[in-house]
Design a protein around this ligand. Sequence first.
Ligand code: APR
Length: 252
Amino acid sequence: MSEQWTIPHQLIEALRNAQHVTVLTGAGISAESGLPTFRDPMTGLWAQYRPEELDTPQAFQRNPRLVWKWFDWRRQIVAEAEPNPAHYALVDMEQRVPQFTLLTQNIDSLHQKAGSSQVIELHGNLSRTKCNEDGMIVDTWEDTDDPPPRCPRCDGLLRPDVVWFGERLTDAAFDAATHAARNCDLFLSIGTSGTVEPAAHLPYRALDGGAVVVVTNLDVPNRDTHPLYMINAPAGQLLPALVRSAWPDSIS
Ligand code: APR
């Protein structure tokens, strides 16, 4: 439940004057596009399903068909989803700050669909698969009655090109995220519960680097303790309001 929220004046100034803004997003930014989050108590996917049975390499080894079908279902709901005002506000923000880095834990492509130009996907992307044997990335595949489909090169099973529990982020994504957190002057954590590493650590890296940090989701209390701000607000309302406040001529 969202509480009454406001945008602190210093934060608007921090955004307007920032040279490098780094944004980390999680499932909450896509909630207003109709996609379920993971840990919201009633509606989150992990309130209804067990991640151990669906989102781990061991689960795929035990029951590849079940895991493939789970991701197929997620692909279908993502295909029907459209970006919401929060995604569009980040496109607007990208165009207004000198350097902008967008990191996402989401695998739904909604930032790209909204028009964000460079998105660092920490947890991969639902629209790709890779071979479970030789790791080859496979962008298109034939659906089969007996899923998962197979690798065209080695006949291994295809799996989604996402990062499961117990797996490492790619070095490139991890290094880019750490660098962008440490070297920005404003860091926004949006719609993530901050429970999954290494993304959970990024706001601390940003604070260590001297950035102003904003954590916004529907879990935090409203708190204004410069340089850390917490705002309990729906992203689809807060982000357009933030962009409008910083740049009153903007159209968000
Ligand atoms: N606006 C802003 N925040 C919202 C909204 C909204 N409309 N709706 C929900 N939220 C917030 C919740 O309050 C919560 O803090 O989004 C957050 C969602 O948290 P999680 O469900 O834990 O999602 P996330 O942090 O992205 O999960 C991290 O865990 O299993 C995985 O791999 C999956 O990438 C995912 C990772």
